[in-house]
Structures are given as C-alpha cells and as structure tokens.
Design a protein around this ligand. Structure first.
Ligand code: SAM
Length: 362
C-alpha cells in the first residue's frame, strides 16, 4: 500500500492534486497524482516505499484545504466476485498489524453515481466487520497510540480501494462529511457554513471559552442573518453589517444591532473590543484578504472566520496567493497567529478561513 486516496467535493480534483503534490514535496515526499475529473477523489502514488504511510502520519489532514479524508491504499481491487468480496479485501490487509485497528468503514466518493452504492456499503459492512474480527482485527481502542481505522472506498460495483487512516489524523465523519441538521428557526441555509466552520476550527472543548455571552461579534455581509444566528445562539452580541434586511427573529433576540453600512468601510464602535469578525461578502478574494488583514493588524478583532469566493480558473493558485498575503501581513506586524483554511462540505465555489491572533511580539 503506497498510495493515498484523497476525498474531495466533485470538481475539485485538480486542486487536490496540486495541493497534495505541494504538501508532500514540503515533507520530502514525491509522487504522482492520478485523477479523473468529477470523480470526487484523487490517488497520489508515492515513488518510495513506505512514503504513503509516512504522509498519513506526518501530513496534518487539517492543513489540507481541499481534502476531506486521506487514507493509505494499495491498488484498485477490481471484479470482486459477487459470492466472496471479503477474501480479496482480507488478503489486501495481510501486511498490516491487525491489533492496531479499531473500526472499519465502507464508503464511496461523494458523487451521485457512487452514492447509489451506499445501501450496499452499509449492508456489506456487517459481514466484513465480522470476518475481520474473527481474524483478530478491530480490537484496538480508537484512542490507542497509532491505532488505525480501516476504510474501504467503493468507486463502482465490485471495485474498491482497501485502505486505512491513523485515528489521530483522520476525519471522524463518514465520507469526511459532517452531517449537520438545518435549524428550523435559522434565517438562511448559509447558517450551516458557519456552524461547520466552528466545528472544524474550534475544538469542542474550547467552544464555551472562545464563543460566549461576554463577547461581541461583527458580521460583514450579514443579511438575512444565518451567520449572525450562529453567533447569537452562542450568546454573542453582534453588529450585523449589510444594506439588506435582517430576519425579524434576530432583532427579537435583542442581541444584534443592524448597521446598514458598507462592510469595507465599517469600523468597530469606539471603546468596543470585538472578539469575533465573520465575513461572508461575495467579493474578489484578495479584496476580502486585505480587509481581514486590516482588521487583525489594527487589533479590531481577535478571531475571524471568513469566506474566500473562488475564481473560475486557477482556484488553488488564488487561494495560495490570498493565504500567503495574510501570512506576510500579519507576520510583518509582529503578530502571533494560527491560520487554517478548508473547503467545507457546505462551501461550494469558496473556501472558509479561520485566523486567531494569539499575541504580538513586543
Ligand atoms: C452570501 S450573502 C450573506 C449570507 C449570510 N452570511 C447569511 O448567513 O444569511 C452576502 C451578503 O453580503 C452583502 N454584501 C455584499 N457586499 C457588501 C458590502 N460591501 N457591504 C456590506 N454588505 C455587503 C450582500 O448584501 C449579501 O446580503
């Protein structure tokens, strides 16, 4: 097994290929990205033996923007016999240590055609899990050091990759997709983007400390209020900046002030320390990056989540330019910060970025 299978949104395979080639090279790993457009996954074949496993351990999944899940796989298993699909899969796992494995998941890429196999995948998991257990697999605790989850990726009927991911470096979500329920009282479906972003960027154990009723937020491009809703739900008071109309239900909370202003000109009210800036304005990505840099450099907010709308072409290059610009600006000003970017499940032609300022060099 010396390949990585990387799951992504359909249509973003080229971005994944570019990104994995860059990030692997930074770790001194070289390989070849094999992709089929609109397949929802990319195979990255490493040139040196053992390197796919090294990437699965050393390349933080959270640092990959366009990748939802990353698993080590071998060659595609094809023409699995209908009367015994399990034996070839068990044979594929032979070189691994059974005791390290904690669970098995049977998945497909996130395409309409592949998803037709999901009922089969669910049913197939049961006998496969039983067969693995019988041979001493799946006994590890998920939290055990270097334990792995086995992943089977079915890309067509009778065709799958058998692989694994380290539990400390995998998405806990089936197919790498968090299933969020749309809150019935939220003003727009966009609300799920910010909810997923908070889930991705703020560890659950920190959420109360980092988002609470003693805090103030600013939402640039707030209408009708899906993102403001998420902040208000967590107790924040929110300045909602937009020329549009905010949902009446948000006004009723008494936790917002609607500012019908231009988000590029808005400044935080005097003597108010803003904790969170969120921004979902549809604008050129570099213009948004410059605006966010201005807020952080001026110390107008501590943490921010914002979207960068992607251009039609050279999407990965544009993302790299914007992130490099932000890194440079903040570093030049002596700020200590963390930056993460992700193409979330609820994002379409955009990515979501999180920056937290931790301090300033004196
Ligand atoms: C994608 S929508 C935001 C949806 C919102 N996040 C939600 O969850 O309901 C983009 C919003 O940005 C606003 N917008 C665009 N340019 C703006 C600007 N320069 N200043 C303020 N708002 C702007 C638009 O009026 C629109 O309401």
């Amino acid at each position: 097994m010396n390949k990585l299978a990387l799951y992504c949104r359909v249509g973003f395979e080229k971005e994944v290929a570019g990104e994995i080639s860059d990030k692997a090279a930074e770790l001194g790993v070289f390989g070849f990205a094999n992709l089929k457009e609109n397949s929802g996954f990319v195979i990255f074949e490493c040139y040196q033996i053992g390197e796919a496993d090294r990437l699965a351990r050393a390349l933080d999944l959270r640092s990959l923007i366009f990748v939802r899940q990353m698993i080590v796989v071998g060659n595609l298993l094809q023409d699995l016999p209908e009367n015994d699909r399990i034996s070839p899969i068990l044979a594929e796992y032979q070189p691994l240590a059974p005791k390290n494995s904690s669970e098995i998941v049977v998945e497909t890429p996130d395409t309409n055609e592949a998803k037709e196999l999901l009922t089969f995948c669910r049913k197939f998991t049961v006998p496969l899990r039983a067969a693995l257990r019988k041979q001493g697999w799946l006994g590890a605790k998920p939290s055990a050091k270097n334990s792995i989850t086995l992943h089977i990726l079915f890309i067509g009927s009778g065709k799958c990759y058998a692989g694994y991911a380290y539990n400390f470096n995998r998405s806990p979500h089936f197919m790498g997709i968090p299933r969020l329920k749309f809150p019935a009282d939220a003003p727009s479906r966009s609300t799920l983007k910010l909810e997923e972003a908070i889930l991705a960027f703020v560890p659950a154990a920190d959420e109360k400390k980092r988002l609470n009723e003693n805090m103030i937020g600013v939402d640039l491009g707030a209408c009708p209020g899906g993102w403001t809703y998420q902040l208000v739900k967590r107790g924040l008071f929110v300045y909602a900046v937009d020329h549009g109309k905010m949902a009446a239900s948000l006004h009723d909370t008494g936790r917002i002030e609607h500012c019908a202003e231009d988000g590029f000109k808005f400044q935080p009210p005097k003597r108010k320390q803003i904790d969170w800036l969120v921004c979902d304005m549809v604008e050129q990505p570099m213009r948004i990056a410059k605006l966010i840099a201005k807020w952080l450099v001026n110390g107008w907010c501590r943490e921010t989540i914002f979207n960068l709308k992607l251009p039609m072409k050279k999407r990965y290059q544009e993302v790299k330019l914007c992130l490099a610009f932000l890194q440079d600006e903040l570093t030049k000003q002596g700020l200590w910060f963390t930056i993460q970017a992700k193409h979330l499940y609820h994002d379409r032609e955009e990515i979501t970025v999180h920056i937290a300022v931790l301090g300033k060099k004196s």
